[in-house]
Write a protein that binds this ligand. Structure first.
Ligand code: SF4
Length: 383
């Protein structure tokens, strides 16, 4: 695909498609719609309903691939106001999970459009976001500083700086990859709740209490369901197999499907909260936050929040995930278990190992429920 410089784009249309861009407020001014009006005006009911539809779509389609016909049909004012309504609704919730899920959805929608034929829109949007992208022959040249910042959370090996062509302080990428970088910037921006005055939160609750309850029901804060006494979890008590799984992900290497499932189920059962579990996958090569959250929820909400039981040692052995095997006299590898506990007849499960070895601190000691430094984000597939 040839990449040309930015071309004139219909400004109102562009702002409606990318309502997070600076200056998009002008659409609301045209409609004489204030935040208060957005909450109260009967005439703006269709925009509010479309805002709820955007939120529902984000819950149901974390990849942002499904069409939302009502949004496609809406006029520019409704598109903008529905976006704003979705954002304030989610900002009024006490936990960040829902707004982060929605941010992934909106960013993916935008990215799909930006990656379409012709790069004029991509360059225009990047420019309005303050990114110094520019067309260069058949590609897009991204300032190294922007590239490093935007690509940092992207764990696909193809995005590593060392694999890029760098010319005169710019990383030269395809338009598709440039769109992926912009997606990352949008996701981060939208994932932060906007500050709301208490009376606005109250008004939202009054107007949309049942809908907000529905969101919380469908996407509660990822639950912590300790099978152990409440307290800080103790990474020192993790069995060798779990340490190896975490290290594999933290180092940006691929972990098998079975390993991802086992790790999420184990962390949940020992009391790690949902955010900590999601974080454990962040360095995985194919990490996608929305997908990971979805799958972690699936694992941790099973059985009314009890979560799936992590596989026992025998099952882990059949998947090649037990690290006790091998020659115990061989040079020590960090993950190779020399721990006699792994050879004890009563040791049937990593949970039993943890139960014996962990020394969780009581609440109030330490700084929280952290699984430690190996919690670097991941892939789309914990399970
Ligand atoms: S024996 Fe069990 S706890 Fe120990 S490394 Fe193997 S699977 Fe993990």
């Amino acid at each position: 695909m040839g990449v040309r410089g930015p071309a004139p784009v219909d400004d109102r249309g562009l702002l409606a498609e990318y309502p997070f861009l600076p200056g998009a407020e002008v659409l609301a001014e045209d409609l004489a719609a204030s935040l208060r009006g957005l909450l109260e005006e009967p005439a703006l009911a269709p925009a509010r309903e479309l805002g709820r539809a955007r939120v529902r779509a984000a819950l149901e389609d974390p990849r942002g691939t499904a069409a939302l016909p009502a949004l496609d049909r809406a006029d520019v004012g409704e598109k903008f106001l529905s976006f704003q309504y979705a954002r304030v609704l989610l900002s009024s919730l006490p936990t960040p999970g829902p707004i982060r899920r929605w941010a992934v959805y909106e960013a993916k929608r935008a990215s799909a459009r930006l990656a379409g034929p012709g790069a004029e829109e991509l360059l225009e949007v990047a420019d309005r976001l303050g990114l110094g992208f520019r067309a260069e022959a058949e590609a897009v040249a991204v300032p190294v500083v922007d590239y490093v910042r935007l690509a940092a959370p992207i764990r696909e090996a193809a995005f590593r700086l060392g694999r890029q062509t760098v010319r005169r302080g710019r990383v030269v990428v395809t338009a598709g990859r440039a769109a992926r970088l912009v997606e990352e910037g949008i996701r981060r921006q939208l994932g932060e709740a906007v500050p709301l005055a208490p009376e606005v939160v109250e008004a939202l609750r009054e107007r949309d209490g049942p809908f907000l309850d529905e969101i919380r029901e469908r996407l509660p804060a990822l639950p912590a369901r300790p099978a152990f006494p409440a307290g800080r979890i103790d990474p020192e008590g993790f069995p060798p197999c779990v340490r190896k799984m975490r290290r594999t992900l933290a180092e940006g290497e691929n972990l098998s499907h079975a390993g991802r499932f086992a790790l999420a189920a184990f962390l949940h059962r020992i009391g790690a909260d949902g955010e900590t579990i999601v974080d454990a996958y962040r360095n995985a090569p194919d990490f996608e936050e929305g997908i990971t959250r979805y799958q972690v929820e699936h694992i941790t909400r099973h059985g009314d929040g009890q979560g799936y039981l992590p596989p026992d040692c025998e099952t882990l052995r059949t998947h090649g995930l037990c690290v006790r095997e091998g020659d115990p006299t061989a040079p020590r590898a960090p993950e190779r278990a020399r721990d006699p506990l792994c050879y004890a007849p009563e040791l049937k499960s990593p949970l039993t190992y943890y139960r014996i070895r962990a020394r969780p601190k009581p609440p109030g000691e330490g700084s929280g429920t952290s699984a430690g430094p190996a919690t670097a984000p991941s892939t789309g597939r914990p399970g």
